[in-house]
Each structure stands twice: as structure tokens, then as C-alpha cells.
Design a protein around this ligand. Structure first.
Ligand SMILES: CC(C)(COP(=O)(O)OP(=O)(O)OC[C@H]1O[C@@H](n2cnc3c(N)ncnc32)[C@H](O)[C@@H]1OP(=O)(O)O)[C@@H](O)C(=O)NCCC(=O)NCCS
Length: 157
């Protein structure tokens, strides 16, 4: 029985966990899968990038999601803005609505604050399963940027 207020940690994806991390994508609804790349694709992309940082998200001791940041501007990654960009975030279907996504972003904010960074950017698609309301509830506002069809948003603190 999952606890209602789990502790969140970010852990490296390893040879032992990579299959389970990739399989988390299968727990999303079809509409949600339109909103975020499969974790296998994200992990592959990260290995072609010099600017990617990714971790598995654990709720207590349970694998519950995946997060990937991009730091700096890199034409080859399709991210041409300086600063830190929340490139990918997903919480497995059975673990959604438990505050895990919110806590994961709050943890990134705390880590960035410790590095003197006070801004985090992201982008998202519109549509029925859009994470837009999630980002708005965390304080992200439209940045005026567009990434292809995706709307840019920024959180400043
Ligand atoms: C978006 C996502 C990461 C949210 O994770 P989560 O752990 O379920 O979100 P939380 O439980 O932390 O919710 C935090 C807040 O956002 C709100 N929220 C979350 N998803 C929402 C949605 N689809 N519509 C409206 N509000 C939403 C919650 O109600 C909560 O608000 P509250 O604190 O005021 O009650 C998750 O739904 C997901 O993985 N979606 C599919 C992938 C995706 O779209 N990723 C983002 C790509 S950029």
C-alpha cells in the first residue's frame, strides 16, 4: 500500500534498473504518451548530449518516475537557450496524483538554488492530457518562447 506522503529521491539509472525505468512509459495513458518521449528514447538522447542529466525518481523505495534536465544551449539537442531546462518529467500512472511530480520539481529547485540558479525553463504540448495545469500549479508562467509546437514556460524564484 503506497504511503500518501512519500519521500522523493533521485537515483542513477543502472544496468540493473534501466529496463524497469523504460517500462514505466508503458504505464502512461495513450494521451499522456503523446506528451512525453518514452524513457528509452530520453535515455538514448541523453547519451548523445553533453548537457543532459537524468535520474530515476523513487518514492520511498519504489521506482515511480523519470526526470531529465538539460543545461546550457546546444543546437544539436534542439535546446538553444542558456540556463537549465526541464527536458523530461514523467510519473508512472499508478503513482500520479500523489505529489511526486511536484516534489520532484521542488527538489530540482532546491538543487539549483544551492548552485545559485534561480530559474527553470520547460515546454509542453497542449491537448487533453497536457501537463500545462500541473506546471501552472507549480508557478510556471508562459515565457513567450515556442519550441516547435510546444509552449515555453519558466519558473523564477
Ligand atoms: C505531469 C505529471 C508529471 C504530474 O505528476 P504528478 O505526480 O501526477 O503530479 P502531482 O501529484 O505532484 O500534482 C501536483 C499538482 O498538479 C496538479 N495536476 C497534476 N496533473 C494535472 C493535470 N493533468 N491537470 C490538472 N492539474 C494537474 C495536481 O492537482 C496538483 O495540484 P495541487 O497541489 O494544487 O493539488 C504526470 O501527470 C505525468 O507524468 N504525465 C505524463 C507525462 C507528462 O506530461 N510529462 C510532462 C512532459 S513536459
Amino acid at each position: 500500500m503506497p504511503q500518501t506522503d512519500p519521500e522523493i529521491s533521485f537515483r542513477r539509472v543502472t544496468a540493473w534498473t534501466v529496463t524497469d525505468v523504460c517500462e514505466l512509459s508503458e504505464t502512461l495513458s495513450d494521451e499522456q504518451r503523446e506528451m512525453v518521449a518514452d524513457n528509452a528514447v530520453s535515455i538514448a538522447e541523453a547519451h548523445f548530449s553533453e548537457s543532459a542529466w537524468f535520474r530515476a525518481i523513487y518514492a520511498d523505495e519504489t521506482l515511480a518516475g523519470f526526470i531529465m534536465l538539460h543545461t546550457g544551449a546546444d543546437y544539436d539537442d534542439g535546446i538553444e537557450r542558456p540556463g537549465v531546462f526541464l527536458w523530461r518529467l514523467m510519473v508512472a500512472g499508478p503513482h500520479q496524483g500523489r505529489g511526486i511530480g511536484r516534489k520532484a520539481v521542488q527538489k530540482v529547485v532546491a538543487d539549483l538554488t544551492a548552485r545559485g540558479i534561480r530559474e527553470l525553463r520547460t515546454s509542453y504540448d497542449e491537448g487533453p492530457a497536457s501537463p500545462g495545469p500541473f506546471y501552472k500549479s507549480l508557478g510556471f508562467i508562459p515565457s513567450g518562447d515556442f519550441y516547435g509546437e510546444e509552449i515555453g514556460a519558466v519558473l523564477r524564484w
